[in-house]
Design a protein around this ligand. Structure first.
Ligand SMILES: *[C@@H]1O[C@H](CO)[C@@H](O)[C@H](O)[C@H]1NC(C)=O
Length: 157
């Protein structure tokens, strides 16, 4: 048991040091800020986030594409108020889902820390209608990252 607990501890410290090589954990659901031992950057967000459809019906999908300079990690949510809503399509190679605020796959993160030029996420609108906001955290690497940027709006009608 002791061995198990300390092995877990070593594992989590190692994971942290590698800056979430397999994506962000659920602990970051609220502030969308990686618990790396560095502060988020305050300068201009250097990425473009394109939303293919900003007005859609419940159950319809839109693409959300991050591009700009190369990056390794991301964490994206579409929020109603402070709550992540809707669901992202996941795939084992590129996109891992995170259960935030009670909904499985309501946040999307990287599944590995390879260098990416862009990533296209598919997000499905929830049953609940309303005005939603898209937030993105993007990490160039474990030290350099921009957290919880409001990058667009989506209306579910
Ligand atoms: C790592 O991620 C990249 C980009 O998201 C993907 O193309 C690649 O297949 C992934 N590698 C593995 C081993 O899953």
């Amino acid at each position: 048991m002791h061995y198990f607990v300390s092995a877990l501890f070593v594992l989590s410290v190692a994971t942290c040091a590698m800056a979430y090589s397999d994506g962000a954990p659920a602990e970051v659901c609220d502030d969308m800020t990686p618990k790396h031992p560095f502060e988020p950057r305050k300068d201009k967000f250097p990425y473009t986030v394109a939303i293919s459809k900003t007005s859609l019906a419940s159950g319809q999908e839109t693409d959300i594409t991050i591009s700009g300079k190369d990056f390794k990690g991301f964490f994206v949510q579409v929020r109603k108020g402070n709550k992540a809503v809707g669901t992202f399509t996941t795939n084992p190679k590129e996109v891992r889902g995170v259960k935030c605020h009670g909904t499985a796959n309501s946040a999307a993160t990287h599944s590995n820390a390879s260098v990416k030029k862009s990533i296209t996420l598919k997000w499905k609108a929830p049953q609940e209608k309303g005005e939603l906001e898209v937030y993105a955290t993007v990490a160039e690497n474990g030290e350099i990252f921009w957290a919880k940027h409001k990058v667009g709006k989506i209306t579910v009608k």
